[in-house]
Each structure stands twice: as C-alpha cells, then as structure tokens.
Design a protein around this ligand. Structure first.
Ligand SMILES: NC(=O)c1ccc[n+]([C@@H]2O[C@H](COP(=O)([O-])OP(=O)(O)OC[C@H]3O[C@@H](n4cnc5c(N)ncnc54)[C@H](O)[C@@H]3O)[C@@H](O)[C@H]2O)c1
Length: 321
C-alpha cells in the first residue's frame, strides 16, 4: 500500500514555518554533497505550457516530481502548476508515497522565497511584499506572515490581491510601486512582463525572483540584475531557464558572479556584503526542495488519516521517515 497525500493532507502536515526550516536543511544537505539532484528535464508542449520531470535523492529516499507550468490555465479555472510527487525508499526501491505536486510546489516555493529574503536581505529589513498573488504567490505571502512579516500584496487582479491579503493577514498594496519599494520583495508572476526595469531597485533592497522559472520568462531587466549581487538556487538550472539565462546570453553575468544560496546557508560562501548592496535570488525551483517537503509530510503520516493506494509499495516500509 502506498500512502496518498492530497493537497489538503500536504498543507495539514507541513505548516509554512516548518517548510522554511525543511527547505533550509535541504539546501545545506545538497551544498554539502549529501543529497543529489540530476538535472530537471523540460518536456515542452508550447504554446500551452510545459512538463517537468524532477528527480532527487536524499535522507534514504528518492523523489520524482512530474509537474506542469501551463500559464493560460487560470483563465480556464485550472491551476498553472499540477502533477504528482512520487517518493520511494532508497533502501529497497519501493514506492512509499504519492503527494499532490501543486501543494508541495507551493509550500517549497514560498519557503525558498522567504528563506532567501531572510538570508540575503538586510538584517534590519522591515517591510516585505509579494507581487503576483496566484497559488505560489499566496504560499509566499503565507510564509512571510508565518515568519512574522505581514506582507504587502500586489496583483494585476486587485480583487485577488485583496482576498490573499485578507487570508494571510497582510495588506493589499495601493500600487505596484508601493509593493516593489518594500525592503524584501518576492515576485511570483508568470514572467511575461518585466517588473523591475533598469535602475528600479534602491540600495539595500532584496528581491526573490520566483516567477521566471523557464526559458523566455523574465521579471527583471538584464541591466538591473547585473547591478545586483546575484544568488541562485542552482547554477545549471538558473543559467538555462532562469533570470540568469538572459544575462549570461547578453554577456552581463558569468558563473563567477553568481553564488548558490545553499553555499551561503552552509557557510562556505559569503552572502550580502554591505547594507547598500542590492541582492537578487534567481529561483527556478529544485527537486531537493520538493524532497524536503515530502519528508516533512511523511514525518506526520501517523497523525493524518491518509488514504492508501493499493499499489505494490512500501507505505509502512522500514526506513520511512
Ligand atoms: N521558482 C519556482 O520554484 C516556481 C515554482 C512554482 C511556480 N513558479 C512560477 O511562478 C509563476 C506563478 O505561478 P503560479 O502557480 O502562482 O501562477 P498563478 O497563475 O496561480 O498566479 C500568477 C499571478 O500573477 C498575477 N500576475 C500576472 N501578471 C502580473 C503582473 N505583471 N504583475 C502582478 N501580478 C501579475 C496573476 O494575476 C496571478 O494572480 C509561474 O511563472 C510559475 O511557472 C516558479
């Protein structure tokens, strides 16, 4: 029998503050070489969207996330991101659990945005904002709120911004400019419009760029990214499908200019170097973050009345979290 975590089970199992801690530990384990992560595979189905196959191995488990990004879906009442996470035992290879990929993705995306903001932002940063209040923007806003910073929310859909602000205990921004002026900014839009043109960030600000997680998307201008101290989740991914990709292509950024967040968290690379520095985190989303959330969910499995799928697996197998 294989355990099934629906979206609701995932959310009940892993509160946002636990997600931030779990994702931090996963970045560190990966930076230390304890966890491994073969490259994400994109399966394009453009113009409708794309599929991604994302594997990772760590803490005695292997994970595969099969997930989408179909940006036109919300207008049809469907989620942009959906799919399934499979977790197997790395001891005997048996399938242990299936988890709703949308819920896992939202939790780990919000967690990474806030973790980067807390790690790279100024220690005296006060205000936080989320631009783009869809599924993953709301998760980011929840993570900020859970960590004690009620965020400002901006979305081109003003009603959505207001609804999310109310749900997370934040405030809808009066304008995009107000949101983008916060000390810590997370952008979680579809990446079809540059939100941060050249010269728009002020000294000391931090921005977590979450939306541009695939080829052809951008939330920041290349010139503006080049003005910042740039951090990424993973160089291979970021330089191929993230904000860094366009900057690398334009010759504005090289590998030596970009630091992995995990190295900062593991203490092997410096983070922010001065109060005036602008810091930017380019996130493309890593399977290791998904593994972090899946393992945190498995820790709580005995407290939840989980459905069991009658597949040959090891839901109760030795070695489970
Ligand atoms: N980096 C990661 O790990 C990661 C993870 C998941 C999703 N994503 C990406 O994040 C983006 C958002 O995903 P989602 O699932 O939340 O999508 P969604 O469709 O649920 O939400 C997108 C939101 O952005 C708003 N928006 C669109 N253009 C805007 C603009 N110019 N200014 C402000 N708001 C704007 C929309 O109204 C909507 O509310 C996608 O591009 C997705 O691929 C990245």
């Amino acid at each position: 029998m294989v355990l099934l975590f629906t979206a609701e089970h995932v959310r009940r199992a892993v509160p946002p503050e636990r997600a931030v801690d779990a994702v931090r530990d996963a970045f560190v384990a990966y930076a230390r070489g304890e966890w491994t992560m073969p490259p994400k595979v994109y399966v394009p189905a453009y113009p409708a969207g794309d599929f991604r196959a994302m594997p990772a191995l760590g803490a005695g488990f292997a994970l595969l996330k099969w997930v989408t990004s179909f940006p036109g879906n919300p207008s049809r009442g469907l989620p942009t991101v959906s799919g399934l996470v499979l977790v197997s035992s790395a001891e005997d290879g048996r399938l242990v659990a299936l988890l709703d990929a949308g819920a896992v993705t939202a939790l780990r995306t919000g967690a990474a945005a806030v973790l980067a903001a807390e790690t790279l932002g100024r220690p005296d940063a006060e205000t936080a904002a989320v631009v783009g209040a869809g599924v993953n923007g709301e998760a980011t806003a929840l993570a900020f709120a859970a960590r004690g910073r009620a965020p400002l929310i901006w979305d081109v859909d003003r009603e959505r911004a207001a609804a999310v602000a109310e749900r997370v205990g934040g405030r809808a921004a009066a304008s995009r400019e107000e949101a983008l002026a916060a000390d810590l900014v997370a952008t979680v839009t579809p990446g079809r419009e540059v939100l941060l043109p050249a010269g728009s960030l002020r000294p000391g600000q931090h921005v977590s760029l979450m939306g541009a997680d695939g080829p052809g998307k951008a939330e920041i201008a290349v010139e503006e990214l080049a003005r910042a101290h740039v951090f990424c989740d993973d160089w291979e991914q970021a330089s191929h499908g993230g904000e860094c990709a366009a900057a690398v292509e334009a010759g504005a950024l090289g590998r030596e200019d970009v630091t992995a967040l995990g190295d900062v968290l593991a203490g092997t690379a410096p983070g922010r170097s001065s109060p005036e520095e602008i810091t930017a985190f380019d996130s493309t989303g890593l399977a290791l973050q998904d593994l972090a959330i899946a393992l945190a969910a498995l820790e709580r499995r005995d407290e939840l009345d989980l459905p069991r799928v009658p597949l040959e697996g090891g839901g109760a197998a030795k070695g489970s979290a």
